[in-house]
Design a protein around this ligand. Structure first.
Ligand code: FEO
Ligand code: CA
Ligand code: CA
Ligand code: CA
Length: 563
C-alpha cells in the first residue's frame, strides 16, 4: 500500500498508472495533476531568427553551419539561471530571482550517426562537422508569456560545440600532457552528460564518454592509461577520426588531444564572451554529474561519479572559502584536494586524497598534473571501492549527498536494478570520512506496478526534501523510462510516478524556477531516432524524425512541482 506515511506529506499528486502510461507511448504520459509543454526540440534556433530551424524533416538534416546556431541533440543535464539571481545561505544554496525569465543551459550528450546525419557513417568532413555541431551545450535566454515559455534574444545566448574555443585552468592547465605537437588551441567539449551549478552562479557540464569519439586510422596500441579510459581503434563508430585528424589517436600531431577531454567545464551563463573553462583540479574521468555543497567554513565540496562498472565516487574540496577565492580573483574550483571514496563494510567510508605527497602516487606519477589527468589510474593505486556505475549526485536539504548507482558491476550491485546511496560526510562536507546508507533499492519496487522503476540515473533533491529520479534502462510492466518522486522526509519513502517518456527514450536532467512551480526535464533519444516508433515532440505520423526536447512541467493550479 502507498498510504500517507510511505508517500509522505510532500508528495501528494496522483501517480501515473501502468495502464495510463502504456496506452500510447509515442508521446509522454504525465500525472493527471500536471501539464507539460515540449520545448526547444533539436533544431530550434538558439535565438529567434538566428538560422533556419530543423523541424525533423526526414529528407534533409541541418547544415553544420545551421547546427552551430541551433539546439543540439541528446538533451541531458541542465540548469535554469533566473534573471537577477540571489543565492541563499545553507548547504544547498538555491537561487532566488525571476520565475519568468532567465538563462537555460542544456547539455547535448550525443546523437548517433543515423539520427543526426541520416546515414550510418560520415562520408566527408562536412558530415563530421554536423555530427560535432549537434554535440556540446546550448545556452538560451527563455521567458514566460501568456502563451507559455519562449526562446528570446540575448547577447549571452550561444552554442558551445566540439569546435568552440575553450580554456584550461587549475593545476594541470599547463601540463605538457595537455599540449600537442600541432600547437592547436584547446577546442570543444563533448559527451556532455549530467550537470551541476555553483554558488557563484555558473553552470558545470560534465564530459562523460569522450573516449568513443576518438579512433585510429593506423595501427593503434593503447597505453595502459589509454586503455583504462577506454580509448580504442574504432571508438563508438562516430567516424570523426577518419576526416578530422584531431580525433585520430595515431596522428603524431595530436597525440595528447584525448587528454583534453573527460573534464568538468564551467560556463558563465551571464557572459557570452567568457570562454568555457575546463577545471583540471576536479580530475579527469568519465564525469557523469557534479553537486556542490558548502562546508561550515565556506569552502565548496563537489561530489562526482565516474560512470563505468567498477569505477569510483570522488569529492573535491576547495582550499579557500569560495567567497574569499572569488574576491582574490581565483576560481574556488582551481585550488583544492581531489579525493576518491573507499566504502567500508561497517557503513563508514574514507575520502582518500589523490595527491603527489602520497609516496604510493609519487612512485607512479611525475607531478600533481599527471595525477589529475589520469585520476582513474591514481585511484586504482589507492584502493578505491569499485562501484556499480556511479551516475548523478545531488545535495539534500540536510546537506547529505544522494548518489544514483545505475545497473552495473561493482562491490554492491543492489539487485540488478540500481540503487540510491546516501552519504553524510564528517564535519559538514569538509571531513575525510563519511557514513553511507542505501536510501532505496530500485529492485524493491519490482513487485508493485504503481511503484516499479529501474536503473535510476538522473537525481535532483529539491529544497523541501523531495527527491526526483529519472531513469535510463529497461523498465518493468512495459513502461518506458520515467521520473519518480520520493518524499525523503517520509517514514518509509516510496516512489510516486510523475512522468513516463516515449518509446526507447530516457529521461534526464532536472531544474526548476526559484518558486519551484515550473520544472524542466529532458526526453533524450526518443525512439532512438527511429521515426517508425515515435515522432516526438509531434503526434505520431510515422515519418518525422523524432527530436530530443525539454519538457516544461507545471501543476494544474498552483503548487510546487512534485507536490
Ligand atoms: Fe550519460 Fe552515465 O549517463
Ligand atoms: Ca546518465
Ligand atoms: Ca544510466
Ligand atoms: Ca544515458
Amino acid at each position: 500500500e502507498t498510504g500517507p506515511l510511505r508517500r509522505g506529506r510532500l508528495v501528494r499528486f496522483k501517480g501515473v498508472s501502468v495502464e495510463q502510461a502504456t496506452v500510447d507511448q509515442t508521446l509522454p504520459t504525465i500525472s493527471d495533476d500536471y501539464t507539460y509543454q515540449a520545448f526547444i526540440p533539436w533544431g530550434t534556433p538558439i535565438e529567434p531568427g538566428a538560422t533556419r530551424p530543423y523541424n525533423g524533416e526526414p529528407d534533409r538534416r541541418p547544415t553544420p553551419e545551421e547546427a552551430s546556431k541551433q539546439v543540439g541533440l541528446g538533451h541531458d543535464g541542465m540548469w535554469f539561471f533566473p534573471e537577477a539571481p540571489e543565492f541563499l545561505d545553507g548547504p544547498q544554496r538555491y537561487a532566488l530571482g525571476s520565475n519568468r525569465r532567465g538563462m537555460l543551459c542544456v547539455n547535448h550528450e550525443y546523437g548517433t550517426n543515423p539520427h543526426a546525419l541520416g546515414k550510418s557513417f560520415p562520408e566527408s568532413l562536412t558530415d563530421v562537422r554536423l555530427s560535432q555541431n549537434i554535440h556540446g551545450v546550448s545556452v538560451l535566454a527563455i521567458e514566460k508569456s501568456f502563451r507559455g515559455w519562449d526562446v528570446v534574444a540575448s547577447p549571452n545566448s550561444r552554442r558551445i560545440t566540439v569546435n568552440s574555443r575553450v580554456a584550461f585552468s587549475g593545476p594541470a592547465a599547463d601540463s605538457p600532457l595537455l599540449q600537442n605537437p600541432a600547437g592547436n588551441v584547446p577546442l570543444g567539449t563533448v559527451n556532455n552528460c549530467g550537470s551541476g551549478y555553483t554558488p557563484w552562479g555558473t553552470y558545470l557540464t560534465c564530459e562523460e564518454n569522450f573516449n568513443g569519439y576518438f579512433g585510429a586510422n593506423g595501427a593503434f596500441d593503447p597505453s595502459a592509461r589509454q586503455a583504462r579510459y577506454g580509448l580504442s581503434a574504432n571508438g563508438f563508430g562516430y567516424g570523426w577520426h577518419v576526416f578530422d585528424k584531431r580525433f585520430d589517436l595515431t596522428d603524431p600531431a595530436y597525440v595528447n588531444e584525448n587528454n583534453r577531454f573527460g573534464w568538468i567545464v564551467e560556463i558563465n551563463p551571464f557572459d557570452g564572451t567568457e570562454l568555457p573553462t575546463k577545471r583540471t583540479a576536479l580530475g579527469r574521468f568519465k564525469h557523469e554529474a557534479i553537486a556542490i555543497a558548502e562546508t561550515p567554513d565556506g569552502r565548496v565540496a563537489a561530489y562526482m561519479g565516474d560512470d563505468q562498472s567498477n569505477d569510483y565516487c570522488y569529492k573535491f574540496l576547495s582550499a579557500l572559502p569560495w567567497r574569499e577565492a572569488i574576491a582574490q580573483g581565483v576560481s574556488p574550483l582551481d585550488e583544492g584536494t581531489l579525493y576518491v571514496a573507499r566504502f567500508n563494510d561497517d557503513g563508514t567510508g574514507d575520502w582518500l586524497p589523490l595527491t603527489i605527497d602520497n609516496p604510493l602516487l609519487a612512485a607512479e606519477f611525475a607531478d600533481q598534473a599527471e595525477i589529475l589527468i589520469f585520476a582513474r589510474a591514481a585511484a586504482d593505486i589507492l584502493g578505491a571501492t569499485p562501484m556499480a556505475r556511479p551516475e548523478w549526485t545531488t545535495i539534500a536539504k540536510d546537506g547529505s549527498t544522494y548518489w544514483t548507482m545505475t545497473d552495473g558491476d561493482g562491490v554492491f550491485e543492489g539487485g540488478g536494478a540500481g540503487y540510491i546511496l546516501n552519504t553524510v560526510d564528517a564535519n559538514g562536507s569538509a571531513g575525510d570520512s563519511f557514513i553511507w546508507t542505501i536510501f532505496y533499492l530500485c529492485s524493491d519496487s519490482a513487485g508493485d506496478p504503481d511503484l516499479a522503476f529501474d536503473d535510476c540515473d538522473a537525481a535532483y533533491a529539491d529544497p523541501d526534501g523531495r527527491l526526483f529520479i529519472g531513469t535510463d534502462g529497461g523498465q518493468l510492466y512495459g513502461l518506458q523510462d520515467q521520473v519518480v518522486v520520493f518524499d525523503t522526509t517520509a517514514e518509509d519513502p516510496q516512489p510516486v510516478r510523475l512522468l513516463v517518456g516515449v518509446t526507447s527514450d530516457e529521461i534526464t536532467g532536472w531544474t526548476h524556477t526559484p518558486d519551484q512551480r515550473t520544472a524542466f526535464t529532458n526526453i533524450q533519444h526518443p525512439g532512438n531516432g527511429n521515426p517508425a516508433l515515435t515522432n516526438f515532440p509531434l503526434p505520431y505520423d510515422g515519418v518525422t524524425i523524432p527530436r530530443d526536447a525539454t519538457l516544461i512541467i507545471e501543476k494544474k493550479g498552483p503548487g510546487k512541482v512534485g507536490s
